[in-house]
Design a protein around this ligand. Structure first.
Ligand code: FMN
Length: 203
């Protein structure tokens, strides 16, 4: 079967965590954000905000925090923590530049002007997170289609305040995640998925 272009991008994509030391033209980054905000958004609300990080000093701070957050993840979050030797290997990779990207895009939820009545605030927040997740995926796929790699980063939520100090979001916004973006400096093998039978049924 011939795949159309979108399907090929979806099927080829892998997360990239090691990037070339090469900046990305701003208009390309902006096209990626534009692809993001074409995503479906609950109630047409567009309750999202994106911070594009290009500053070298900020990127280095973010990289440091990503290392700290990933160590926290490995030592505290995982039910089966990584062995000391695996963790040390990971730390070494991070110290050698894993996760250091020429661009980070931080995504925030903006519920300052809610669409729905107060009793549905929780649902509105959930929908806002689902909407921004769709935007993240659009950006990741748009980037891949242009030869750029990325990884969606959830660990910043473990150190939200510290990341916010660096990212300086407008008051009242909530961090949803960060995308690290750059030209790939690795070619990871596609990560296996559960079979269709395991994760679906026909009724
Ligand atoms: C919500 C979310 C949070 C993630 N957080 C991280 C993260 O903090 N660090 C990381 O290295 N990868 C993170 N990832 C990437 C996943 O590890 C990756 O997508 C998964 O292992 C499958 O690999 P693939 O994207 O190459 O197919 C995250 C992905 C999602 C969807």
């Amino acid at each position: 079967m011939e795949y159309n272009c979108v399907l090929k991008t979806i099927l080829d994509r892998v997360s990239i965590r090691k990037f070339k030391y090469e900046s990305i033209p701003l208009d390309i980054v902006q096209r990626i954000i534009e692809a993001g905000i074409r995503a479906p958004t609950a109630g047409g609300g567009e309750e999202w905000f994106f911070i594009i990080v290009l500053s070298e000093a900020k990127r280095r701070r973010i990289h440091e925090l990503l290392k700290k957050a990933h160590i926290l993840y490995a030592e505290k979050l995982l039910r089966r923590p990584l062995s000391r030797s695996r963790l040390e290997k990971w730390i070494k990779l991070m110290e050698e530049g894993q996760y250091l990207a020429p661009v980070y895009i931080a995504g925030y939820i903006d519920l300052r002007n809610p669409l729905y009545s107060n009793e549905y605030r929780e649902l509105e927040e959930l929908w806002a997170h689902q909407s921004i997740a769709a935007a993240f995926e659009n950006m990741i796929l748009a980037a891949w289609s242009m030869g750029l790699g990325s990884v969606w980063l959830g660990v910043p939520l473990l150190l939200e305040e510290e990341f916010n100090k660096v990212l300086e979001p407008p008051k009242g916004l909530k961090l949803a995640g960060i995308i690290a973006l750059g030209y790939p400096d690795e070619r990871p093998r596609p990560r296996k998925r559960k079979s269709l039978e395991e994760v679906s049924k026909i009724i």
